[in-house]
Design a protein around this ligand. Structure first.
Ligand code: NDP
Length: 252
């Protein structure tokens, strides 16, 4: 028996990286999974690889109309939605002195407003069955600041953590749970120069990780799977850190 037998999931930004890893594991555990992304070719290819329980939707997470039509299509194809993983996101680093308002708002739109839109679009479906788990992917950048030009990214990821708690409380009397995940350094295309090497800013950080390494997407998947499944039935409004000890060190 799979941990997600009979469940219907939407995972955003799932054509590659951590989202793709979550999609693979969710299918293996018995879920039907809607993979959404702006990367069409990679998304379609992944859905084909994963078989009939996967479907791909071209989706810009900033667009509420797209959210609504994807939710309707997924419901028609697979049934009401049990799981939403708000995973899509982009990194961006620039000093506040150089960052334009337009650049700031773009990061907030992609990383933060999208999570609001996703929850708003999916909650009515979950409320039909009074069942659901929403997993919002934040970051350790949603727990601590840094001086490396992260003003927009940090703001967006702190907001995801805050929204998670508010909606968890609003939904606590239903069967819907909402939690946030806070990864540290995860080796995905977002932080890699090529298949082998991380970008310089990440390479420089690695010695400060108490475990002295970054993680594979699959390590994050195990946590996301736990939160998506009924194994985490008493967890809501919580933040789950997965960072090799990076945020545990007050002298870090
Ligand atoms: P990836 O860049 O590999 O995956 C993110 C995916 O989201 C990409 O396919 C990306 O497409 C897509 N995406 C970007 N913008 C949009 C949009 N507007 N609509 C829909 N999809 C979009 O990175 P990760 O897998 O690492 O990132 C997953 C999540 O984890 C993100 O929220 C990220 O902030 C978070 N995270 C990552 C960490 C890391 O070290 N990797 C650490 C902490 C948190 P495209 O390539 O075209 O941008």
């Amino acid at each position: 028996m799979g941990k997600l037998d009979g469940k219907v999931a939407i995972i955003t930004g799932a054509a590659r990286g951590q989202g793709a890893s979550h999609a693979k594991a969710f299918i293996e555990e018995g879920a039907k999974v809607a993979i959404t992304d702006i990367l069409v070719e990679e998304g379609q290819q992944l859905a084909e690889e994963l078989g009939p329980n996967a479907s791909f939707y071209e989706h810009d997470v900033r667009n509420f109309e797209q959210w609504e039509s994807i939710v309707a299509e997924v419901e028609n194809t697979f049934g009401p939605i049990n799981i939403l993983v708000n995973n899509a996101g982009i990194g961006y680093k620039k000093s506040i002195l150089d960052m334009t308002e337009e650049e700031y708002r773009r990061i907030i739109d992609i990383n933060q407003v999208s999570v609001f839109l996703g929850m708003k679009a999916v909650l009515p479906s979950m409320l039909k069955i009074n069942n659901g788990s929403i997993v919002n992917i934040s970051s350790i950048a949603g727990l601590l600041g840094s001086k490396d030009g992260s003003v927009a990214y940090d703001a967006s990821k702190f907001a995801v953590r805050g929204m998670t708690k508010s909606i968890a409380l609003e939904m606590a009397h239903t069967g819907i749970r909402v939690n946030s995940v806070h990864p540290g350094i995860i080796f995905t295309p977002m932080v890699m120069k090529d298949d082998e090497k991380p970008i310089e800013s990440i390479e420089k950080l690695l010695p400060y990780v108490p475990m002295k390494r970054g993680a594979s997407p699959e390590e994050v998947t195990k946590l996301v799977l736990f939160l998506a499944s009924d194994d985490s039935s008493y967890s809501t409004g919580s933040e789950f850190v997965i960072d090799g000890g990076l945020t545990a060190n007050r002298y870090g």
